[in-house]
Design a binder for this molecule. Sequence first.
Ligand code: HEC
Length: 165
Amino acid sequence: MIKPVLISVLTASLMSISDPVAANDDLDLVTKCSGFFVIPGASCKEIPRGQDILQNNCVSCHSVIDANGNNFLRHGGRAGPNLYGIQYRVFGGAEEARYSSGLKMLKEKNIPVTSENFLKYMTDMKGFLDEELPDATYSVKHKHRRNKSITEDIYQFLISLPEDG
Ligand code: HEC
């Protein structure tokens, strides 16, 4: 017969193996939920709306991943730029991205990705580019056209992420 003390030791070690948070010391900033990181203080069941929208609408082309490799979306795509830290960038400003001529021209204009500009780009991309590049002929790689409420939730989520160290 197995003694009770041995059973509790066994249970404790099994729990630490199956618990991804306990198994990884680097996760003081974020919580890992089966390959998916949520912001500090949230539980695995409390995925913010903006994160959920990104996961369902943007992940085929975008990732949200910080410099330490913390990945805030599952299976992020690479056709579009990484959206992590976008509030500190200008449009067309992600170093690793291969942008269209339209976004390359926007980069020259140094337009910060503020909530207002993010909203314009996501809800009326053509209007935004035509306004900023009035006389230019340009192409874009993807026509983003989303409604205001979705866009605001996405931006709120992106700016809520912890800064990488
Ligand atoms: C089918 C692929 C695809 C999907 C889906 C997609 N995007 Fe994009 N996105 C791109 C590409 C490609 C670019 C680069 C655009 C260019 O070069 O013209 C881009 C650019 C952007 C930019 C400008 C970033 C920068 O660095 O200038 C933002 C912001 C953005 N996408 C947000 C989103 C969000 C939010 C969603 C989901 C609601 C989304 N995208 C869905 C492909 C996509």
